[in-house]
Design a binder for this molecule. Structure first.
Ligand code: GTP
Ligand code: MG
Length: 194
């Protein structure tokens, strides 16, 4: 995925670019590897800020692919050590974005392959199904598991996801080894056609 440039960071949806064209959003728990995946998929070292400290991405970050085509790095959810007030604020921004953004045409949901399908992930998958939003699940940090275990995790998570969502793909991904990069790029590129 070729990205032209970082466009802006917004604290809430009112500050986003005009709601036209096609947008693909990256969501997932804090520390799941959203920003790393974004960098890997766009072949850029530091387009999105990554961090060992969960909760790094606190704003909605917008990247332009080209005119009217955008990638969105959403704040992570579910990080326990964040003050409740802040947590509420982020979750509100996230919910608002997901509910109101007309140009949102695809959701990339990232989950650490070692800790998949936490409550909020499941909520998000059910919500995406209700909203008929095509979803690509990337099981991140796949380099942390041996191939056998990795494949069995993918199959298990895929099976569960398909009970919740009609239009969902599930695959392994690693920003370190680039496992799954080609398939993920193809799936996301498909959403931008039209
Ligand atoms: P927030 O912005 O805090 O929500 O986190 P994030 O989901 O954007 O995660 P980020 O990409 O910042 O990565 C979190 C940590 O996981 C960093 O220390 C990364 O180096 C590490 N990480 C991300 N992807 C991979 C991967 O594919 N393999 C391994 N081994 N580590 C990874
Ligand atoms: Mg991030």
């Amino acid at each position: 995925l070729h990205v032209a440039k970082f466009e802006l960071s917004a604290p809430d949806i009112r500050r986003l670019p005009a709601d036209s064209g096609i947008e693909v959003a990256f969501a997932g728990r804090s520390n799941a590897g959203k920003s790393s995946a974004l960098n890997t998929l766009t072949n850029q070292k530091a387009l999105a800020r990554t961090s060992k400290t969960p909760g790094r991405t606190q704003l909605i970050n917008v990247f332009d692919i080209r005119e009217n085509r955008r990638l969105i790095d959403l704040p992570g959810y579910g990080f326990a050590k964040v003050p409740l007030e802040m947590k509420k604020k982020w979750q509100k921004a996230l919910a608002e974005y997901l509910e109101k953004r007309m140009s949102l045409k695809g959701l990339v949901l990232l989950m650490d392959i070692r800790h998949p399908l936490k409550d909020l992930d499941v909520d998000l998958i059910n919500w995406a199904n209700d909203s008929q939003l095509p979803t690509l699940v990337l099981l991140t940090k796949a380099d942390k598991l041996k191939p056998g275990k990795r494949n069995s995790e993918v199959l298990q998570v895929r099976k569960k996801c398909l009970t919740m969502h009609d239009n969902i793909k599930v695959q392994a991904f690693s920003s370190l080894t680039k496992v799954g990069l080609e398939q993920a790029t193809a799936a996301i590129s498909d959403w931008f056609i039209n």
